[in-house]
Ligand binder design. Structure first.
Ligand SMILES: C[S@@+](CC[C@H](N)C(=O)[O-])C[C@H]1O[C@@H](n2cnc3c(N)ncnc32)[C@H](O)[C@@H]1O
Length: 274
């Protein structure tokens, strides 16, 4: 398999970002708000950050661009994204990608994290992670896996630690049918206005293009073998209420929306300080 060089990996990630923006016109604004919340919420210039479902590292590199003394541990189970991120950003200090499936309980122990015990981050002080961040990823998990993930995060983050999750969160159609219908209708109208001739590159088209690149083809095949997206179709957790309830059950004390456009929200959950 041909080696993937840094510039080609960066081109692929740029194409990834464009494709993601088709569904998320405010993706950059959401990244900015999330990083503001990391800065304000952790209160330190060198936070230890877990990026869960990091993909090829789009959020991680933006965060490190603003907070160069941070340490970001990117976690994903997709060999394509991990390969791209590692090739593109191998020279970015403070960034590490790890290949872990968040559906498998005990993933945090693989990182050397144990409940409320420190790990050794890039700086010499040892401490538990200050914050877990995520974008457009956690809705992939079926509810039982999501609940287990939130519980595991709550056990390893420091007291007062945060979860900041930017994702689509739908209102409950049974409880608020009109709001749910309008929510969807507004999104569809905006999409039609932005792309009257259809999307330039769909999610599926991006993956087909990646599979056709000899430097990525084996990784795409491995991704298919792993069924990383098994929960993404039909059993995913799209409801806001599911996330809020699961976060509270996991022990987060405050849960709420910090930023929003339509169903695109930045959800914030805060652990008790002690
Ligand atoms: C739509 S992508 C978003 C990636 C990135 N956060 C971004 O905003 O560009 C969703 C990511 O979640 C990851 N993901 C989904 N389920 C996962 C799991 N069980 N374990 C690890 N990563 C997972 C996928 O592999 C994928 O990279």
């Amino acid at each position: 398999m041909p080696k993937l060089d840094r510039d080609i990996a960066r081109d692929w990630i740029e194409r990834w970002d464009r494709q993601q923006e088709e569904m998320l016109p405010d993706r950059e604004d959401r990244f900015t708000a999330l990083i503001d919340a990391v800065e304000e919420g952790t209160g330190r210039p060198d936070p230890l950050v877990l990026d869960v479902g990091c993909g090829p590292g789009s959020l991680a590199v933006r965060l490190l661009g603003r907070l160069p003394r941070a340490t970001v541990i990117g976690i994903d189970a997709d060999p394509v994204s991990l390969t791209l991120g590692r090739a593109a950003y191998r020279d970015v200090p403070g960034l590490r990608f790890t290949d872990l499936d968040l559906r498998v309980p005990g993933w945090s122990a693989q990182l050397g994290l144990t409940p409320r015990n420190p790990i050794t981050p890039r700086n010499p002080k040892t401490r538990a992670p200050d914050v877990a961040v995520s974008t457009t990823a956690l809705h992939w998990l079926p509810e039982p896996d999501l609940r287990a993930l939130y519980a595991e995060l709550a056990s390893v983050l420091r007291p007062g630690g945060l979860l900041l999750d930017g994702d689509h969160f739908a209102v409950d159609a049974k409880e608020s049918p009109t709001l749910a219908r309008l929510d969807l209708a507004l999104r569809q109208r905006e999409d039609q206005r932005r792309f009257p001739g259809g999307h330039p590159e769909s999610w599926g088209a991006w993956w087909e293009a990646a599979a056709a690149d000899p430097a990525l083809a084996d990784h795409v095949a491995e991704r298919e073998r792993r069924h990383v997206d098994a929960g993404h179709h039909g059993t995913e957790s799209t409801q806001l209420a599911t996330h809020v309830e699961a976060l509270k059950a996991a022990g987060f004390a405050e849960v709420g929306t910090l930023w929003q456009r339509g169903d695109n929200r930045l959800l914030c959950a805060v652990l008790p300080a002690s």
